[in-house]
Design a protein around this ligand. Structure first.
Ligand code: ZN
Length: 130
């Protein structure tokens, strides 16, 4: 099976190891693996790779899990393009365009995401639509 992050690689050679607990080597790999986790409805991975200072982290976990699951179920993850990636450890930014469809309508967006590496694990801190 091809990976849902649209890398054209096989899932086993791409995001699967990260979904199974291996730490992504950089924020770009983490970002891709979060995208494919959304596509695969892997809610636990999304929560586990979100920075504790992310604004969503203040939402009770159960409610948050339900919101993520609903988003996954209502969305088709049709494409991902990485436009820019800069790393200045322990921080990094990834600018990407996510091509999404919701209810038959284009719901694509471009976001500049910020990441921080904590104890060897890159985490999604926040994003800004651009
Ligand atoms: Zn992948």
């Amino acid at each position: 099976m091809k990976c849902s992050c649209h890398s054209q690689k096989q899932y086993t050679d791409c995001c699967k190891p990260y979904h199974q607990g291996e730490k992504p080597p950089n924020a770009q790999a983490l970002m891709r693996s979060r995208y494919s986790a959304y596509a695969l409805k892997n809610v636990a991975y999304i929560i586990r790779t979100t920075h504790p200072n992310n604004s969503d982290a203040s939402t009770p976990q159960e409610q948050r899990a339900m919101q993520i699951k609903e988003f996954c179920e209502q969305t088709l993850f049709v494409g991902l393009e990485i436009n820019d990636f800069t790393e200045n450890a322990p921080f990094a930014t990834v600018t990407f365009t996510a091509s999404l469809m919701q209810n038959g309508q284009d719901a694509s967006y471009t976001e500049k995401s910020e990441f921080e590496k904590i104890e060897g694990q890159w985490l999604y801190l926040k994003g800004m639509l651009i």
